[in-house]
Design a protein around this ligand. Structure first.
Ligand code: NAP
Length: 311
């Protein structure tokens, strides 16, 4: 058997992302030992029952001892406190990375606490679901999905290469970019859609007192597609909003401007503008399907009772 890529990998946080990594690492034999740490006894016990690792610790500092790869898989807002806790216990030459959905703020929070003898390379697998916890993970989560690494100037090329190989072995296509650029791109493709979904579902929930069960009854006409995003983990999304504030506010400002233009077109009966926008946006979905990032099945492959996509 060929040598695994890493000897001892410590996962700090074992929710959707951490447990998916544990599962794919096991399947691909990427680590000789998988060490799991999480803050609550209940989650640690569940990780044990699922046999996600080889050793289990509530204490993150203990978990990173002797690890040659440490991956922070906690919500973004917890990264600084975890970094402080593990820093004195990291092995010389270890690679430390994270999976947070925001990059500049995580680097600013984590890097100052780490010793210069470790290689810190921040990362973000652009793959996920609306579910959380160790039961939610699955080994194929990262397959054919992008993983963005945001190495800073002076990063060891050997460490970067090894981390790229790790994510490729998990099934991802790896790209590197500046942390600030990552945050701007993700603000458009991920953060803004989630915020809009939270807002729409919140508005409908407020209306529900007037229309009672009709929101639920007629949800297949569009509303329910927003509820998937709006059911994502509240802690994770609170932290994303607080830690990517500038880029999100910039995107929300642009969104509001475009929404005003749309409002105006509707008010003035400007059918051409509406038709042109709706045609352009339909083309974007076609591109997604062609890029293999979405299923071409109507209505995301869902069937209603009649077997037709609902409108
Ligand atoms: P999750 O399923 O909610 O799991 C979070 C894990 O972090 C749990 O083990 C939890 O421990 C631990 N944790 C929570 N708060 C903590 C704290 N204050 N201190 C220490 N540990 C804490 O989360 P996830 O979906 O895997 O997300 C983890 C990271 O991946 C986030 O930074 C998120 O931005 C990023 N990400 C998520 C997605 C997605 O779709 N979900 C996609 C890409 C990247 P206990 O259960 O023991 O409390």
């Amino acid at each position: 058997m060929s040598d695994p890529l890493f000897q001892r990998v410590a996962l700090i946080g074992i929710g959707l992302i951490g447990s998916s990594l544990a599962r794919v690492m096991r399947r691909e034999k990427l680590a000789r030992e998988i060490i799991i740490s999480t803050r609550s006894e209940a989650t640690l016990k569940r990780a044990m029952e699922l046999e996600l690792g080889d050793y289990y610790y509530l204490n993150a500092a203990k978990a990173v001892e002797g690890a040659d790869l440490v991956i922070l898989c906690t919500p973004v807002g917890a990264c600084e406190q975890v970094a402080k806790q593990i820093a004195p216990h990291l092995s010389e030459g270890a690679i430390v990375t994270d999976v947070g959905s925001v990059k500049a703020a995580v680097i600013a929070a984590v890097k100052p606490h780490l010793p210069t003898t470790v290689h810190f390379i921040a990362g973000h697998p652009v793959a996920g679901t609306e579910y959380s916890g160790p039961d939610a993970g699955f080994a194929s989560l990262f397959e054919n999905r992008r993983c963005i690494l945001t190495p800073e100037e002076g990063t060891s090329p050997a460490a970067l290469e090894k981390l790229i190989k790790y994510w490729q072995s998990c099934g991802s296509e790896v790209e590197t970019m500046a942390p600030e650029h990552h945050d701007l791109v993700l603000a458009v493709v991920s953060h803004l859609p989630h915020i809009i979904a939270y807002n729409i579902v919140g508005t409908a929930d407020d209306l529900e007192t007037v229309t009672k069960s009709e929101v639920i009854k007629y949800s297949a006409s569009g509303f329910r597609d927003f509820t998937r995003l709006a059911s994502s983990d509240p802690t994770m999304w609170r932290d994303v909003c607080l830690n990517n504030k500038d880029a999100i506010l910039e995107m929300l400002a642009r969104f509001s401007e475009d929404l005003s233009a749309l409002q105006r077109a509707i008010r003035w009966g400007d059918g051409d503008s509406l038709f042109n926008l709706f045609t352009r946006t339909r083309g974007i979905r076609k591109q997604l399907i062609e890029a293999g990032q979405e299923s071409p099945a109507p209505n995301f492959g869902r069937q209603n009772e009649a077997g037709d996509p609902a409108q």
